[in-house]
Ligand binder design. Structure first.
Ligand code: EPS
Length: 398
């Protein structure tokens, strides 16, 4: 089974990422890996931290001569900011005078709930791990999952469909999303320049007023064959796994698959994607019926029916609350003395919707890769490809 985990504090020495269960033989492209990390750092409205960090993944194990070897892949991502925090947040006891305790919890962050839970007098220990900095390690893991999916012609991309009250307001083709993800300059990763300008104005307004702003990203999986995931057990359904994977990202408060939200208010006849088919021209060698490709005019289901991929693009939307660290902080209560104070502020992002979309691509890629490995198995990429090709043939002959 494909598994991954991360470790590391936002201002610690490094983030750590560990991926196990990848088959041997996947070509690993360091440039692609680092580009994914770079994409996560982009976007209009990022904070000062992104000027300090140039994220890169240092691979320690599981890859030799440019390919995975089946053993766990361990990676570290150094935090450049660590040099500014070594004395504030040392591993050893250190000098208590130099520690910068956070004693007025931020509404919306994990500060208060985490401090109560772990019995910390200092929310620093909570926020260091709750921070979305952790998502950089997920992106490194997801990049490996994407390299596996590439071998099967499956692409994963994202784009921003809403910032605040400004939205794209139309569907985006896969080619547009792929082109947006290939850009060298990333503003808000919206496929439409006019909508992107409106979104930028929303971020500007939040910048001016010392506020923050959320939005919606859409992750699309292109080229996935039908039959990945299953309806037979609740915890193997693709829809449930994707929802959990994306919901687990910092600041994501709702996940939608396809047109899940608007479908709830519509008639069934307008929601479900009518089935049609195209027949291949070539006569099969065995004299059997011509191959059939099932098609749909619409994709309201977002490529998943009954927890199983149906061959259309898988579409996952993440709804992001505005970042909870505000330049004009909300009211809070100090841990010491229970005084009414302003919530703590050091620095923050104003808008992270495009970056969250990149992190969500990683989570979606890891989920789909896991289900692909579950279905097509194999200790090596070659073995998995043989299984995949045999299944494709089964589908063609269905
Ligand atoms: C982030 C790093 C953090 C924040 C942000 C995401 O850096 P710092 O705390 O040093 O400014 O910019 O964290 C949050 C959004 C959060 O809620 O904590 C990053 O690498 O993405």
């Amino acid at each position: 089974m494909l598994r991954f985990s991360t470790a590391g504090e936002s201002h610690g020495e490094a983030l750590v990422a560990l991926v196990s269960g990848l088959p041997a033989g996947i070509p690993v492209d360091q440039v692609r890996l680092d580009r994914e990390l770079w994409r996560r750092q982009q976007g209009y409205g990022r904070g000062g931290r992104m000027r300090i960090e140039r994220d890169t993944a240092h691979i320690l194990s599981g890859v030799r001569h440019g390919k995975t070897i089946g053993s766990p892949v361990a990676m570290t991502l150094a935090n450049n900011d660590w040099k500014n925090w070594e004395e504030i947040l040392p591993v050893e006891a250190g000098d208590a005078e130099k520690h910068k305790a956070v004693k007025s919890p931020r509404p919306g962050h994990a500060d208060l709930a985490g401090s109560l839970k772990y019995d910390f007098p200092d929310a620093r220990y909570v926020l260091e791990r709750a921070s979305a900095r952790e998502s950089a390690a997920r992106v490194a893991c997801g990049a490996l999952a994407k390299m596996l999916l590439t071998e099967f012609g499956v692409g994963v991309g994202s784009h921003v469909i809403r910032v605040g009250s400004s939205e794209l307001g139309r569907d985006a083709a896969w080619a547009e999303i792929a082109a947006s993800n290939a850009r060298e300059e990333i503003l808000l990763n919206c496929v439409d320049p006019e909508a992107e300008a409106r979104m930028k104005a929303e971020v500007d307004k939040a910048l001016r007023t010392g506020d923050t702003i959320g939005g919606v990203f859409e992750v699309v999986v292109h080229g996935l064959p039908p039959g990945v995931g299953t309806h037979v057990n609740w915890d193997e359904r693709m829809d449930g796994l994707l929802a959990q994977a994306v919901m687990s990202l910092q600041a994501v408060k709702a996940v939608e698959l396809g047109r899940g939200v608007t479908a709830a208010a519509a008639m069934g006849s307008t929601v479900h994607d009518a089935i049609s088919y195209e027949q291949g021209d070539a006569e099969p060698e065995d004299g059997g019926p011509k191959f059939t490709k099932f098609t749909r005019e619409t994709n309201n289901a977002g490529g998943i029916e009954g927890g199983i991929s149906n061959g259309e693009d898988v579409v996952v939307r993440g709804y992001l609350k505005p970042i909870s660290t505000l330049r004009r902080p909300l009211a809070s209560v100090s841990f010491e003395g229970r005084e009414v104070v302003k919530a703590a502020y050091e620095r923050s992002d104003v808008c992270v919707v495009p970056a969250a979309g990149v992190a969500a691509e990683a989570m979606v890629a890891l989920t789909i890769a896991r289900l692909m490995i579950d279905k097509f198995g194999g200790d090596s990429l070659g073995e998995m490809k043989r299984n995949f090709e045999a299944y494709r043939e089964q589908i063609r002959r269905f």
